[in-house]
Write a protein of this length. Structure first.
Length: 104
């Protein structure tokens, strides 16, 4: 099967903070990625059942000080916006509104 992804996907656990933008209320979640690309990420969360399809998010890196040498190459995500495109029992897939730079 031919790969259809436009951007390379990396299996890495990055801590993120999601701010859900819904009409009813604002909620924040501290989560971790399963994988990420310039166009989106799969995010582990057990809270996926209450998140409606097409929910919009503001996404930011939640690590204040990078101690892990593996994470030093990753750029911090700040005020990145995205939309949930699907949910599974493991978590949610989020498509970024625009491609992001992943490395420093």
């Amino acid at each position: 099967m031919k790969e259809k992804r436009r951007y390379e996907r990396f299996s890495v656990r990055l801590p993120l903070n999601l701010k859900l933008l819904t009409s009813s209320r604002t909620r924040r979640l501290d989560v971790e990625t399963k994988d990420i690309s310039a166009s989106g990420a799969f995010i582990y969360t057990k809270d996926a059942s209450y998140i409606p399809d097409d929910t919009r998010f503001l996404i930011a890196s939640s690590y204040a000080h990078i101690r892990n040498i593996e994470l030093k190459k990753w750029k911090r995500l700040e005020n990145c916006a995205g939309t949930m495109v699907r949910a599974t029992s493991e978590g949610i897939a989020v498509r970024f509104n625009r491609p992001v730079e992943l490395f420093v």
